[in-house]
Ligand binder design. Structure first.
Ligand SMILES: [Zn+2]
Length: 215
């Protein structure tokens, strides 16, 4: 679809306001790009609206339409291995983990609430094998999406369960450092005991549920 003449003129004006004169040809190209972009946005919005309407009739969701990526693990999905529900598109493995309560639903609204395994490497230089060692030692607490035969498919680390994983130089890091300084020793010790107890309980439950993961 090509842009209207009005939009072409508007483009020229906008460029002029920024102190740049552009040719009709350039203005048309820019306008076409813009209307192409809006066509796409409009198309996505329409598709999204249709999916949401369908969800009202099928509240448990339905197979993914077309080719997509899982919102959690990024696996390519289609109607055979993907699903759509209120959280968006996920692969069937991640969906099951959400249903089972292994993966909390808030991560789909707050992408910043966790680190994926690959992010441990890119942000903290913790390689996969080291991360697995830390998991065994209880230094990292993972949430693990499993395959059908119980093998790890995808790991995430919730920030609230892994307070040590705080990105350097971020505002969170600064406030973390500040509040750490304020804590007195007694308080830290108490927290440590509580956290360790909580963690121990968590690990015991996980070990009981998925013994293969901790061999
Ligand atoms: Zn997935």
């Amino acid at each position: 679809m090509s842009a209207s003449d009005d939009l072409v003129e508007k483009m020229k004006e906008m460029y002029k306001e920024q102190g740049e004169e552009i040719t009709d040809e350039k203005a048309r190209e820019a306008a076409n790009n813009l209307s192409g972009y809006f066509d796409l946005v409009w198309k996505f919005a329409k598709e999204d609206g249709a999916r949401k309407r369908r969800l009202k009739k099928e509240p448990d969701g339905f197979p993914a339409e077309g080719t997509r990526s899982c919102l959690l693990c990024s696996t390519t999905i289609n109607e055979t291995n993907g699903w759509y529900d209120w959280y968006g598109h996920t692969c069937l493995l991640c969906r099951k983990a959400v249903k089972d309560g292994v993966i909390p639903t808030f991560i789909f609204e707050h992408y910043n609430s966790y680190f994926a395994m690959w992010a441990l490497d890119s942000k903290f230089k913790i390689k996969h094998q080291t991360a697995k060692k830390y998991i065994r030692e209880g230094k990292l607490i993972p949430r693990i999406v499993l395959t059908e035969d119980g093998k790890p498919h995808y790991y995430i680390f919730l920030k609230k369960e892994n307070p040590g994983l705080i990105e350097r130089y971020s505002p969170e890091r600064k406030s973390y450092d500040r509040s750490r300084k304020k804590q007195n020793k007694v308080w830290s010790k108490k927290m440590k005991i509580e956290l360790m107890a909580e963690h121990k309980k968590f690990m015991e439950e996980r070990k009981k549920k998925y013994p293969n993961l901790y061999k």
